[in-house]
Design a protein around this ligand. Structure first.
Ligand SMILES: Cc1cc2nc3c(=O)[nH]c(=O)nc-3n(C[C@H](O)[C@H](O)[C@H](O)COP(=O)(O)OP(=O)(O)OC[C@H]3O[C@@H](n4cnc5c(N)ncnc54)[C@H](O)[C@@H]3O)c2cc1C
Length: 568
């Protein structure tokens, strides 16, 4: 497959004597770099507070937020939870999240996040976002298209339920049933209404506007940004937009896991290269931020060299996000003296359930040993495989489990991508054998260790042994003699891609969202939100926590900027 350099260079800050030394294209209270989930939340909050806002986006806006599954992690007794009869309190949500979030943010910030959660639901719905209380109350990585509220985390697992009462907190934005049969490109249900609200209040935007450097005065205060933009309505802009749209169409037309997908990508990359040839027709423009610049330009999963440098264990995963996730936002913050943290931390989505029967089988590492409760939330599994199991793992099933798994994803019981992955992996990608010894040899696992792991697992399933990872007997299947299957679920598995999203970013002052230097001093005039910054999900992601953090951190940056003074 031909390679395209997806990275984008960030230039050193432009140091000026004062704001008068620059010919600004526009002057507003806030300039937002990257108009995705965090950017649009910051814009909406700032405009609500009477500030003026200019948002620049390297592409069309929406980013990974719009491409997402549209799940927002909300709780503590939201209106939607109440409608569905789910009981939850901010204290219960806090007790649960403490188990996931670790000490990546302060206890006060986590407490504020939980306390504000149902207000954030109201804030979203008042701006046109629609949630629904149709509840899916069993373990799943993503619910069937008809359900909108589900346990998008580990809360149903006995080890977590000991500390906090399970409560469904995955709120999926409403989309028509047909559209909901995919688990991507549903984030417009959250992003589009917020954008519409912000535009109604006077949001100014530039699309295809690539922010490359910050403009800073001699005291180190951020005054604005420099961007490369196409002249609006120019032939180059029209051609660039058209070529990129066609490139994306080719690259998303055919599932990348299927043989032959390389041809589709090749065509897409060729169109992308043609589009890139037009980039030198852009002009440089400067945008003044009287109160501050908010960096909300996403993470760095699409930047191979940053992945290899910061999160090498996960560099083999499948980048999750958009081309905008090339780390430019984080590097812009660093260029002004901002410090970064948690850069090695990612979420790796090894979702095996649905089908539920897959999670009733056992998972072993390269030494043939079990290492986890297979029912865990898929990102906990993916991170464990990457962090501690050398990126390698296999799912072991028997004929009975395979049969029930295929039945569980038949028809419209699961989403098409869940059904296709299960069928493909059982039918083509698995090793099959009549005994565990033979299966182990085919798969390259130590035969005796695999046999011992299955024997012990069967004892757990029969209630004769306690699972060291807390899996109850009822969740474990007794693997009978007969045909056994081993499915490669490692990070590099070609037919079972493991999507990887970065979680680390710029260090911020948690009360305001101001970017901090290595000495923990705020960089004047610079704020960060969403995946460009450290946030609530920067240690562990559970479904919906990233977009919930974008709303929380975007609103926080805007409200603290509304209390600052204009800079000269
Ligand atoms: C398929 C998929 C499904 C997902 N599902 C969920 C889910 O259901 N729930 C959940 O919580 N999370 C989900 N995620 C993760 C989540 O969508 C992202 O982590 C989150 O939306 C990031 O928001 P953000 O505002 O930080 O960045 P984005 O929404 O990506 O916005 C960043 C924007 O910045 C722009 N930009 C980048 N660089 C520049 C620059 N130099 N100049 C100007 N603009 C720039 C980009 O073009 C982009 O529009 C999913 C992700 C994917 C890809």
């Amino acid at each position: 497959m031909e390679k395209v350099d997806w990275t984008q260079s960030v230039e050193p800050p432009q140091i000026v004597s004062s704001s008068d030394a620059v010919e600004w294209e526009s002057e507003t209270d806030l300039v937002i770099v990257g108009l995705g989930g965090a950017g649009v939340s910051a814009a909406a909050e700032a405009l609500d507070r009477g500030l003026s806002v200019y948002a620049l986006d390297r592409f069309e806006g929406g980013g990974a937020t719009k491409a997402s599954g549209g799940v927002v992690y909300l709780g503590g007794g939201t209106k939607t939870q109440k409608e569905a009869g789910v009981s939850d309190t901010p204290e219960n949500m806090l007790a649960y999240l403490k188990q996931e979030v670790g000490d990546i943010i302060s206890p006060d910030t986590l407490q504020a996040f939980c306390a504000q959660s149902s207000d954030n639901e109201a804030w979203l719905t008042q701006r046109g976002v629609r949630f629904e209380g149709k509840l899916w109350n069993k373990k799943t990585s993503y619910p069937n298209a008809e359900y909108y509220l589900y346990h998008s985390d580990n809360s149903l697992l006995p080890t977590y339920a000991k500390t906090a009462e399970p409560a469904a907190r995955g709120h999926r934005g409403w989309v028509p049933l047909k559209q909901g049969r995919k688990a991507m490109n549903l984030g417009g249900s959250i992003y589009d209404p917020l954008l519409k609200h912000a535009e109604t209040l006077g949001l100014k935007t530039s699309r295809l506007a690539d922010v490359r450097s910050l403009v800073i005065d001699e005291r180190g205060r951020v005054l604005g940004v420099k961007a490369y933009v196409f002249e609006q309505g120019s032939e180059a802009a029209i051609a660039y937009r058209d070529l990129r749209a066609r490139a994306l169409k080719w690259m998303t037309m055919y599932p990348p896991i299927l043989p032959g997908s390389g041809l589709f990508f090749k065509r897409g990359f060729a169109l992308s290269r043609k589009a890139a040839e037009l980039l030198d027709q852009r002009v440089v423009k400067y945008y003044r931020a009287r109160r501050g610049v908010v960096i909300s330009a996403g993470g760095f999963a699409y930047n191979r060299s940053m992945m290899k440098a910061h999160a090498p264990k996960f560099a083999r995963g499948y980048p999750l996000g958009t081309e905008g996730d090339d780390g430019a936002g984080i590097r812009l913050g660093q260029s002004a003296g901002g410090a970064v943290g948690n850069m090695s931390r990612v979420t790796a989505w090894r979702f095996i359930n649905p089908p539920f029967s897959f999670a009733r089988g056992l998972i072993v590492n390269e030494t043939g040993e079990r290492f986890i409760n297979e029912m865990v939330y898929g990102a906990a599994l993916g991170v464990e495989i990457g962090e501690r199991q050398n990126g390698k793992a296999w799912l072991i099933l028997d004929k009975g489990l395979v049969k029930s798994a295929l039945a569980e994803v038949s028809g419209s019981k699961a989403l098409p991508f869940q059904r296709d992955l299960a069928r493909l992996n059982v039918g083509i990608a698995s090793n099959k054998a009549s005994s565990l010894q033979k299966l182990a040899r085919k798969t390259g696992l130590p035969p005796d260790a695999l046999e011992q792991s299955v024997a012990h697992y069967n004892e757990i399933a029969q209630g004769n042994a306690i699972c060291p990872f807390g899996k109850p007997a009822g969740d474990a299947a007794h693997l009978a003699r007969g045909h056994y299957y081993a499915i490669d679920i490692g990070l590099a598995a070609k037919l079972f891609p493991c999507p990887v999203l970065t979680l680390g970013g710029l260090k911020i002052e948690e009360s305001s969202g101001a970017v901090l230097s290595a000495d923990n001093v705020p960089v004047p005039g610079l704020y960060a939100a969403g995946r460009s910054a450290i946030g609530v999900c920067s240690w562990n992601y559970v479904s919906g926590l990233s977009i919930a953090d974008c709303v929380f951190s975007g609103r926080r940056a805007a409200s603290s900027l509304s209390e600052t003074k204009e800079t000269k």
